[in-house]
Every structure is written in C-alpha cells, then in structure tokens.
Design a protein around this ligand. Structure first.
Ligand SMILES: Cc1cc2nc3c(=O)[nH]c(=O)nc-3n(C[C@H](O)[C@H](O)[C@H](O)COP(=O)(O)OP(=O)(O)OC[C@H]3O[C@@H](n4cnc5c(N)ncnc54)[C@H](O)[C@@H]3O)c2cc1C
Length: 395
C-alpha cells in the first residue's frame, strides 16, 4: 500500500471547523460556547448584517445563569432592566392576577429582566469574536459522510467541517433536511411589537402587565427608565397585513383598552412597529443525525407566552458546548447534547403552546371562564410553575 493511500485511510475524523447555520441568539451563543472549548467555529448567517428585531426580550434566571456560563452574563445584566410587579388584566383594566416581583425573585434566584434584542445581539456578537462569522451566507443544503459535513450555500459556495449545528430558526433548513416530512404550522396568531420612548408624563416603573381580551392580548414591559417594550397579539389569517399602517391596526384593536395602553401607543413611532406571524410545529423525533444537530427554534419552536424561546436556545448552546468539550468524538457529543436537552425543552414548548391557546381564546364565554379561573389561582401555585421552568439552577 502506498503511504498516501494508507494515510488517507487513517486520516482522523475531521474535527474542524464546527459550522453553525444561523447567527441569531442561539447560533451566536453556540459560537461563544464552542470557541471557549477551543473549537474553531464558522457561523453562516443569511442576513447581510447581524440584526435582531427592534423589540424587547424577557430573560429568566435560567437564561441568565446560562449566559454566565458563556461569560457574558454580567454584560447582559448591565444592559437590562429588572421586571417589576405585574400580572394579568382585563381590557377594562381590572387585575385578574397579580405578581410581586420580590416573590418571583426570591423563588427564581434573581430578577427576571428585559433587554433590548439588538443590544443583546451586539453583546453576543462581540463575545463571538474568535469565530468566523460570514454574513450573506444562506445554508441551502448539507451532506455528511464518516469524515465530515459539507454545506452548500445558496450562492454556490461549499464549506467543509467536522459538524454542523442548525441554529437557523423555526423554518430551519437543517431540521427539514434531517426530517424531510417536517413542516412548521401557523399558530393562527400574529404579533406586533415595538419599543417606545415615553414622554416625561409617563414613567415606565409601574407599567409591567399583560392584558388578555377575546382573541388578543397586549403587554408592556419596561426596558429603561423612560422606555418600554410592548407587544400585541391577535388571531388573524396567515400573512395578512394591514391595508394602511400596522400602527393604525394596533390602535384600532387595542387603543380603547385600559390606560396606559392608549398613551403608550400615542407615544409610539408608527414606523417602528414590527409585525410577525407565529409558527409552531410538532416536536421532532430527534435533534441529531450523525455530525449534525439542531438547537433553539430550529429544534423546538416555542410560542412566546412563557417568554422562554430564547432562554431555552441559550440553555441549548451551553449544553452543546459542554458536551463537545467533554467527548472526543463529535457524534457522541451531539447525542449527549440531545439527551441532556430534548425532553426538558420539549416540555417547556408544550407548556408554552398550552399557555398560548389560553391567551388566544376566541369565544367570549371561554374567556369569561378563563378570567374567573385566573382570579382564583393562588400566586404560590403560579410561582412554583414558573420556578419549575425558569429558575436559576443554583436555587
Ligand atoms: C412576539 C415574540 C415574543 C417573544 N418573546 C420572547 C421573550 O420575551 N423571551 C424569550 O426567551 N423568547 C421570546 N421569543 C422567542 C425568541 O424570539 C426565539 O425563541 C429566539 O429568537 C430563537 O432564537 P434562535 O437563534 O433559535 O432563532 P432565530 O432568532 O430565528 O435566529 C435564526 C437565525 O438564523 C438565520 N437563518 C435562517 N435560515 C438560515 C439559513 N438557511 N442559513 C443561514 N442563516 C439562516 C436567521 O436570519 C436568523 O438570524 C419571542 C418570540 C416572538 C415571536
């Protein structure tokens, strides 16, 4: 046997780089974690810039603890605002359920916080500085053999690596290739979001609440002293867009609800509103196939009603990095990652789905029953449910 042929036969399993499809919260956190384990990482992001929508994001202590493990917890906390007392109200303003921030904090280990998504992404992008982040690189397909993974981008580029992490969101190409029958389903619910700078007459301190109506909801969370993040949801057909401005549509639907909703909408820049339809899908039967795995929304799309989608993506990325750092063989590492995360993330996704259905109930009688039941829920029960999902692992 010639030496070259012999060498080819015993070439060690290709280890580097690890390719990541998607430079969102999940993909960048995975890059930070993997580079800290000494791995070479290439992030392929289809957008031309690393960008997040102009909205807020609540982060629970489970996510903050995971961000600590990635070394960025302090930087993210420095940008964020603790979520204060709050609860759920009816459109008339009546409180259906109240929650004390101090009790939530005592139960979860630290305060729940809200951060501007774009600011979070810039902290993550900065921390991922040892990774090779390629923008305008859309993953179109991949194949693998026993030596590595080959990824093709939409503009015909080919990249090779030792493994591929699909962090490419709810409509993931990587998940769809792994599970050819997979499809994401529209939840029947659309969401509008914006960040609003408040006039001096309105202080953000006491503005945290969610208001549930019939087939729609409106929520406000402070993201600064004079700045709030608000979101509104409604049961609408897929891909529907307002005939005029989305702002007018939101105003029409929610402007007459209790104050300060009208005042916050009044202060909102009509051009700064984002509308996004929400998708879900049945749990995947597996998250890994050989050298390929999925994480974040690609693995477990999550309705936003428990504020856990990004939190779980961050937890996934820490588990993945731990497993890659522990196992010599990347295939074993990906399997261990799935073992560690799939069940618990799917549980949170299922709970989020149920919560979403309750919030979006469309029949007035069902909403009346829901609201009556809500008033009877002991706050201790609610807190123990939140704790089972979102506590810091230290409590
Ligand atoms: C209205 C709303 C409110 C929410 N509120 C919260 C909250 O308060 N707290 C919380 O924890 N979660 C919340 N979520 C959920 C959270 O936004 C998501 O779970 C989180 O963004 C998932 O991150 P990800 O990185 O997995 O996916 P994404 O954020 O979807 O990122 C995927 C990235 O991959 C890129 N990409 C896609 N396809 C390709 C491809 N083929 N090739 C290369 N790149 C590709 C995309 O451009 C994107 O940058 C909310 C969601 C919604 C809709």
């Amino acid at each position: 046997m010639c030496v070259a042929a012999f060498n080819a036969a015993i070439v060690p399993v290709a280890r580097e780089p690890i390719l990541i499809a998607g430079g969102g919260i999940g993909g960048l956190c995975a890059a930070i974690g993997l580079q800290a384990k000494g791995r070479q990482v290439v992030v392929l992001e289809r957008r031309e810039e690393l960008r997040e929508v102009g909205a807020g994001l609540t982060l629970f202590p489970n996510a903050l603890a995971a961000l600590d493990r990635l070394g960025v917890g302090a930087a993210v906390r420095a940008l964020s605002v603790p979520v204060g007392d709050g609860g759920v109200r009816s459109p008339s303003g009546r409180w259906l359920l109240r929650q004390s921030a101090d009790r939530v904090t005592a139960s979860l280990g630290e305060p729940v916080v809200c951060v501007h998504r774009a600011e979070l992404l810039s902290v993550l992008a900065k921390a991922a500085d040892r990774s090779d982040v390629r923008l305008g690189a859309e993953v179109a397909a991949y194949r693998q053999d026993d030596r590595g993974v080959t990824v093709e981008t939409s503009d015909g580029e080919t990249l090779e690596g030792g493994a591929l992490v699909g962090a490419d969101g709810v409509h993931s190409v990587v998940a769809r290739t792994m599970h050819p029958g997979m499809s994401s389903a529209y939840t029947g619910c659309t969401a509008w979001r914006a960040i609003t700078d408040l006039p001096s007459s309105l202080a953000s301190g006491h503005l945290g609440f969610e208001t549930w109506g019939v087939g729609g909801a409106f929520g406000i969370v402070p993201v600064g002293e004079q700045r709030v993040y608000w979101f509104a949801t409604a049961n609408r057909p897929e891909a529907e867009r307002a005939v005029g401005r989305e702002y007018d549509e939101v105003l029409r639907r929610f402007g007459a609800w209790h104050e300060p909703i009208g005042a916050v909408l009044e202060a909102t820049d009509p051009t700064g509103i984002i509308r996004q339809d929400m998708y879900d899908r049945a749990p995947l039967s597996s998250w890994t196939a050989g050298r390929v795995c999925v994480l974040g929304d690609a693995a477990h799309p999550m309705r936003p009603n428990l504020g856990q989608g990004a939190c779980q993506a961050i937890e996934d990325s820490v588990a993945l990095s731990d497993c890659v750092g522990t196992f010599d063989n990347v295939i074993d590492a990906l399997r261990a990652y799935e073992q560690r995360r799939r069940r618990s993330a799917n549980r949170v996704a299922a709970l989020s789905r149920s919560a979403g259905r309750v919030v979006q109930l469309r029949r007035p009688l069902a909403c009346h029953i829901r609201n009556t039941a809500l008033r009877m829920i002991p706050s201790s029960l609610l807190i123990s449910r939140i704790r089972s999902i979102a506590a810091s692992p230290e409590v």
